[in-house]
Write a protein that binds this ligand. Structure first.
Ligand code: PA5
Length: 453
């Protein structure tokens, strides 16, 4: 039986023999045991597995109330966070709303404009954001599990200053929503001291697995999307992808196939879309895959391509470059709006043969042509078909990839739920910036840099 979001492996025929999937079953069973029963590394970070059904219902209701308040009193919601603390919310909002929602007039958009900050150290970005806000009404959702990450902390200080200048301290405190750890970190301390409305990132949910907890849910709800439907889709996926039997579980099949291909030398996976509003989805997926699997000097390198745009740039490399690529397409089967190609009497542009056809018809033919060309060129292709773009589908799709990455990581013998490598640059940066406690790191780095000059 095909699941609601289905995996199509026609594009693997030349690359994977029929027996190979079944031969992964024993390893998949072991990976499933590690994931479901907590016998693997990183067992403390598996609470996302049951998040679609076992979430805090009282907090969920508070999220909806907070979203209503933001919708009533703010033209802009600034979501401050980095990595797992913003990617899920941004990809969901892009996926679920009008492509040009950023440019819509407030009255047409109906809901606040959700913008993101604290995901870089660019001062131009913050300057331009302050200009965009101008004297408009706004609120802030600061999201940080550790509560101490540099990029969001700096952006928060700057935006908070603007908020206080506009509303005074008491009203500003009512417009700040803090999503953080239940007990630890500087943000938690500050939220308690100022009485910000707070939401909890559960202990057992890492950043890249956090979109279905308050991290993603508050901004998504504030943007006017239906978070009940989002959770309902994810809950269905939780049910559909619980059986370790590969013949019944397409998320596990995806995990198994990408590992089969990885072992044959296909070391880079491109996540592809044919819809510009899914570009951020690929960014979210890259963090999920890259932070889960890139460790112990191994792992599939996750990358992305946006089609048909990139067929006119990366397409040449994919077709004929070095052979180490595999592709996973997320293909939308039915767009929410399908535009027809109009008739033109003189046919000077030569498009007469497409008159009356829909753009999506052409998009789908492009996809079919690309799969045929790339597989002929030596690139294995998998497709994840999604029936439509809505909250239910997105919730289902999120869970599909989350559970697949958990299994995939265990199949490759690593801990899919830690991210020790993310600390290396932070330690060096603190050393160079002179953060108390990092003086020695700074000294050693400066000596090393002077030698290299
Ligand atoms: O997945 C991760 O753990 C990281 O990418 C974090 O999401 C990112 O570093 C932000 O961390 P925090 O939420 O603690 O500010």
């Amino acid at each position: 039986m095909m699941s609601y979001v289905s995996l199509d492996t026609q594009g693997l025929k030349q690359f994977v023999h029929d027996n190979e999937l079944g031969e992964m079953q024993a390893m998949v069973n072991a990976a499933d045991d590690e994931l479901r029963n907590g016998t693997g590394a990183g067992a403390d970070f598996r609470d996302w597995l049951h998040l679609p059904t076992e979430y805090d219902k009282e907090e969920f209701a508070r999220i909806k109330q907070a979203a209503k308040k933001i919708q009533a009193d703010s033209e802009i919601l600034v979501v401050i966070g980095i990595g797992g603390s913003y990617l899920g919310a941004q990809m969901a909002i892009d996926f679920l709303h009008n492509t040009f929602y950023q440019a819509q007039k407030a009255a047409d958009r109906q809901y606040p404009l959700v913008v993101f900050a604290g995901n870089s150290l660019s001062s131009t970005y913050v300057h331009d954001l302050l200009e965009l806000i101008g004297d408009k009404d706004f609120s802030i959702n600061i999201v940080s599990k550790s509560g101490t990450t540099t990029e969001p902390s700096i952006a928060f200080r700057i935006l908070k200053k603007k908020l206080i200048a506009k509303y005074g301290e008491d009203e500003a405190n009512k417009r700040i929503y803090a999503t953080t750890d239940k007990a630890k970190g500087a943000l938690k301390t500050e939220a308690d001291a100022h009485g910000y409305e707070s939401f909890v990132i559960p202990d057992g949910v890492g950043g890249r697995y956090s979109v279905l907890c308050p991290v993603g849910l508050l901004p998504i709800a504030a943007s006017g999307a239906d978070i009940d439907k989002l959770m309902a889709g994810a809950a269905q996926a939780e049910k559909d992808f619980a059986d370790a039997d590969l013949s019944k579980n397409e998320a596990y099949q995806y995990a198994a196939y990408r590992n089969i291909l990885y072992r044959k030398g296909y070391e880079t996976e491109l996540l592809e879309n044919y819809e510009p509003n899914m570009r951020m989805f690929a960014e979210w997926w890259k963090q999920l895959a890259g932070e889960s699997e890139g460790k112990d000097q191994k792992g599939i390198y996750p990358s992305s391509a946006n089609f048909t745009t990139d067929l006119h740039s990366l397409g040449q490399y994919i077709q004929e470059g070095r052979r180490f690529l595999m592709e996973t397409v997320v293909k939308l089967d039915k767009p929410n709006h399908d535009v027809k190609i109009p008739t033109e009497p003189d046919n000077l542009d030569g498009l007469g043969y497409l008159e009356g056809k829909s753009m999506d018809y052409v998009n789908t033919k492009a996809y079919e042509a690309v799969v045929a060309a790339h597989t002929d060129g030596g690139v294995p292709v998998m497709t994840v078909h999604i029936p439509q773009e809505d909250e239910y589908t997105l919730g289902y799709l999120i869970y599909f990839f989350e559970v697949a990455m958990g299994i995939s990581g265990y199949l490759n013998g690593i801990n899919p739920f830690n991210q020790p490598g993310v600390e290396a640059y932070k330690t060096n940066m603190f050393g160079l910036l002179g953060k108390p406690g990092y003086e020695e790191v700074g000294k050693q780095l400066r000596t090393k840099m002077a030698k290299n000059d």
